[in-house]
Design a binder for this molecule. Sequence first.
Ligand SMILES: [Zn+2]
Length: 273
Amino acid sequence: MKLRDKLIQLKAEKKAILAANFYNFETLSGILQAASNLKLPVILQLSESSIRYMSLTVATAMAKAAIKEYAVEAWLHLDHGSSVDIVQKCLDNGFDSVMIDASEKSLDENIKITYRVVKIAEGYDANVEAELGFVAKLGQNQNEQKFTQPSDAIKFADGTGVNALAVAIGSAHGFYKQTPKLDIELLSRINKSISTPLVLHGSSGIPDATLQEAVRNGICKINLATETKNTFMLALKERLKNNNEIDLRIVFPDATQTVKELIEKKMRIINEA
Ligand SMILES: [Zn+2]
């Protein structure tokens, strides 16, 4: 099934899918082990920095091979594509889905660039996600947000025909300094204004009950990144404490296991919404 159709189905069922970023073979494997174990579909995401780290061809080939190996229903997605150029490269490499993030530009410019990407992606039958409003990025002030306005959402959906829309309703990327509060009332109004499936970015650290409320009010895709990196690295540090093991194949699987457990936990929370 195409991701576009999957998201439409999820929207109709008031359900959501987990979209998990991977950074290396270990995190990729942990995510797919979880999806395989729970027999749930998953979206595998690559940021531009992860693409730079692994190279586009290696990261793509590894993800595609791993999806087959674990026999999981999964899609490969570009997270926060910053230019038409990177979107084009990912589509040429066989990505199922791309995000074009022009959220820091004006509404009209965001519509223009997103529309352009939607037209390009049509030739690949690929899914396109965009962001409207502004979700603070890593290193940016979390209070500096621009919440998505329903009237803008209508204009954006009509002007772009985008397949999925990331909304700014109070979440932020990275770790939260205080427990985040989502504006569920605003989310509900956006959801009633447009038929486009909605996406929540910055879900690391959002309380379980809040995540579930977001799903019940129109969020169909939940992005998770920071918690995965953190979980993996904490487990690795713990494993290496007072330990001289130099065989990474003995050390890494413990950290991979904690990623698997994290992803299973998140998938259960989302699925039980
Ligand atoms: Zn994001």
